[in-house]
Write a protein that binds this ligand. Structure first.
Ligand code: SMO
Length: 778
């Protein structure tokens, strides 16, 4: 830089300081301009010339030996480039599994079934053709002869699901137990023992763009570029590299826009491995976009657990001990995070309560169905449902108001950080404040009085509460910041996006950290080249961990820039202070130097990369109160009131946070009232389309009152917590508690989701009442 330019650069005042921090502002989503204009970049928006398309032949049997496979007719069909069977890909391995629980046994998962199919919908052959229709037509010409075998039924989805936990046997892929304190003693001296058994249906993730992949092989460079609808691009890159025998540097995975993932796009699928292999083998661009039906049949499902719990209570409502057995279905193969729902449900079961005496056992069961994996909440909703049902059942047995029983057992805010009986360390939270604010906003006392008056005139009305905790991921995330001569900061993050508004929130975080305008930030996410490595968008972790990585990278960039700024400002580094748009002399704030000039002086670019590793875990929490009315003649439930206090710590953008809460509420509502995947006894999926699987529509959403009750997270510099899964965690439990409360005069003691009008009507009209827990204790 010439001295005259330098003089000008150090004098040119960059834009004025922001009047307030960017974090906390209700900034409109940067992403929406392209999305509402139809200019989003979903996988199917990529249409390279000469791209070939894949269709799969799928098993019609839950379990069968493949006796013969005839691919000849398909190979001769119009437009067909290649047809492969399982044997052709037998040497390619299967998806990796996170060994988060001890002794995990992983069933084999061939890319395409070789000798045996293990679930309806499992792919056993693939056709590559010029158009998607030609590929599908040819796939129908594949002639396979099957010898059906006895299938292992999924306990939770078999018709007439048992109300008790199945025997754990050879189908157990893992088991784990948490024990603390004298559990038998606690139950022996209990004044009351609450008992609850939950049988949860499986649900479908139903992202707007189904699973989708476009894999392109570059024969000159020897590289594979994959456009993938994923929430974990770096994980997918590692998987494709490992499975195809490529160096990671030669694989790039990109996900420009992902129309929802909800946990179901955090693992590579066998179909995706097949497409990547076909691209490398044919040295072409190959695309597969799943149909809605293929996703319902063969994408990973969520929930489906059977959970039994017992809560020992003293006469004053003090929790003395907690016993639980939790069995989660896994299906025929394990997704990367297959063990997480059971592990989460077990480790967080005590929730916000002080109970130090526990015996909690979990197990994961394989069966001849589609895989079951993480799904928005991933075990947290199951834990909240079991614990909060136990609390209400205990309150009924002791004739104590359920709110008073909760209040008596909450971990006090002053006790944070709190180590739970399962060894989890809650970093922050004020559960009593959440409960009080929710009660105040709902006018809980008034609601109870109104309930008495309405019951007296024949209305069927109930009030339900659920408190919840939401662990927000452990481990690390990566970020990289590069500032060029134009002063624009390009921020790469390993925290991908699936519709949360990541570009907006992270621009706010980076703008504050660098002291620049958010308009001068470009966020690059959903790209394995954005950072050297990365984890992805899951487990409510991205803002707390990924956002902190961005802040950390900014600190490192500032540390690099200060000596340079000192040279240019002709002062000592300790005389340099951050100023709007760059740095200034501490003693002479008008003597400034902008980031652009620093980048120029550094040869064109300033760059820093950082990894943030969370020390322990960040815990969000909340409290939901629901008031539900049930129609006596039809059983139709109406959610009359919904109040929700959530603690997400520091809120980066209130619009985005509320969007996440309400979106999660919609999904939680679906689980509470509507959604259920059903297999018949032969392992056939009966709910294979949106004609037989109900999801909430906009008109189904009740009004919700959201009140804030934040406490700073103690485990990350932003003080931020997760918010994306909260709606699936607390809302269903509150609604079920309200419905059980509504039907209590009918002797109803428990209801399983979904609370369809049919199931509610049957519960009202069943006599005598079934003892749900099978314990003999009414
Ligand atoms: S269920 Mo989430 O994407 O960890």
């Amino acid at each position: 830089m010439a001295p005259a330019d330098l003089e000008a650069a150090t004098r040119a005042a960059p834009r004025d300081a922001a009047p307030e921090p960017w974090v906390g502002r209700p900034l409109r989503r940067i992403e929406d301009a392209r999305l509402v204009a139809g200019a989003g970049g979903f996988v199917d928006d990529h249409r390279p010339a000469g791209c070939l398309h894949v269709a799969f032949a799928r098993s019609p049997h839950a379990r069968a030996r493949i006796v013969a496979l005839d691919l000849a007719a398909a190979r001769g069909a119009p437009g067909v480039a290649l047809v492969v069977g399982g044997a052709d890909l037998a040497a390619v391995g299967g998806p990796a599994v996170n060994p988060i629980v001890p002794g995990l046994r992983v069933p084999s998962c061939p890319v395409l079934a070789v000798d045996e199919v293990c679930a309806v919908g499992e792919a056993f052959a693939a056709v590559v053709a010029a158009t998607p229709d030609q590929a599908r037509d040819a796939a129908e010409l594949i002639a396979a002869t099957f010898a059906p075998r006895d299938a292992v039924a999924d306990p939770a989805t078999a018709a007439g699901a048992p109300a008790a936990l199945p025997d754990l046997d050879a189908n157990t892929a893992f088991a784990q137990e948490w024990r603390a304190g004298d559990v038998d003693g606690a139950f022996a001296r209990a004044a009351a023992v609450a008992t609850v058994t939950l049988a949860q249906p499986r649900v479908a993730a139903l992202s707007l763009e189904p699973r989708a992949i476009l894999a392109s092989w570059d024969d000159v460079q020897g590289t594979l570029t994959v456009q993938l609808s994923t929430q974990t691009p770096h994980r997918a890159r590692a998987e494709f590299a490992r499975l195809l025998g490529l160096d990671r540097a030669r694989v790039r995975v990109r996900a420009r826009d992902v129309g929802g993932a909800f946990g179901a796009k955090a693992s590579v699928y066998p179909e995706e491995i097949a497409v990547a292999w076909l691209a490398k083998t044919l040295r072409r661009a190959i695309k597969w976009i799943a149909t809605r039906g293929e996703d319902m049949l063969a994408a990973s499902h969520g929930r489906g657990g059977i959970l039994e719990g017992e809560l020992a209570l003293a006469a004053d409502g003090t929790m003395l001990g907690l016993r639980a057995r939790i069995a989660m279905p896994l299906g025929r193969w394990l997704t990367y995070s297959a063990a997480v729902p059971a592990w989460n449900a077990g480790r967080i079961l005590p929730g916000p309560y002080r109970t130090g005496t526990v015996d909690i056992a979990i197990a994961g069961l394989v069966a001849n169905t589609a895989a079951v994996g993480i799904y928005r909440g991933a075990g947290r909703p199951e834990a909240a449902m079991l614990m909060e049902r136990l609390v209400d059942d205990g309150a009924r047995r002791l004739a104590i108001d359920p709110m008073a029983l909760r209040r008596r057992n909450l971990i006090p805010a002053e006790a944070m950080p709190w180590r739970t009986a399962t060894g989890q360390v809650l970093d922050s939270g004020d559960f009593a404040a959440l409960l009080d604010r929710a009660c105040a906003a709902a006018d809980y006392a008034g609601l109870r009085q109104l309930q008495m008056r309405r019951r007296a005139r024949g209305d069927i009305v109930g009030i339900g509460t659920a408190l919840y905790v939401e662990p927000c991921g452990n481990g690390w995330e990566a970020a990289r910041i590069r500032i060029g001569r134009d002063g624009i900061a390009t921020v790469g993050t390993g925290a991908a996006a699936q519709g949360q508004g990541r570009e907006t929130a992270f621009a706010q975080i980076a703008a504050d950290a660098l002291g620049v305008d958010a308009a001068d930030i470009r966020i690059v996410c959903g790209d394995s080249d954005a950072t050297a490595d990365g984890v992805g968008a899951l487990a409510s972790r991205s803002t707390a961990i990924g956002g902190s990585a961005v802040a950390r990278a900014a600190e490192m960039l500032i540390a690099q820039a200060v000596p340079l700024a000192a040279t240019l400002l002709q002062c000592r580094p300790d005389e340099v202070a951050p100023a709007a748009g760059g740095f200034a002399l501490r003693s002479r704030p008008d003597r400034r130097i902008a980031w652009a000039a620093l980048a120029d002086a550094a040869g064109g670019t300033l760059e820093a990369a950082a990894t943030f590793t969370v020390d322990g875990e960040t815990w969000a929490s909340g409290c939901c109160i629901a008031a539900v009315a049930i129609d006596r003649d039809t059983g139709v439930p109406t959610i009359e009131r919904l109040v929700w206090a959530d603690d997400a710590g520091t809120i980066v953008n209130p619009l985005l946070a509320e969007g996440q809460l309400v979106g999660g509420l919609a999904q939680g509502l679906g689980q509470a009232l509507l959604e259920r995947l059903v297999y018949d006894d032969a392992g056939q999926l009966l709910t294979g389309s949106l004609m037989d699987y109900a999801i909430p529509r906009a008109a189904d959403l009740p009004p919700v009152t959201i009140v804030k009750s934040p406490t700073r997270a103690a485990t990350n510099p932003l003080g931020a917590k997760g918010v994306g899964e909260a709606g699936c965690i607390g809302i269903p439990a509150a609604i079920v508690n309200a419905a059980v409360d509504a039907l209590a005069p009918f002797g109803v003691r428990h209801l399983d989701v979904p609370l369809t009008s049919e199931s509610l009507w049957r519960a009202m009209n069943a006599t005598p009442q079934r003892d749900q827990a099978g314990t003999g204790k009414p």
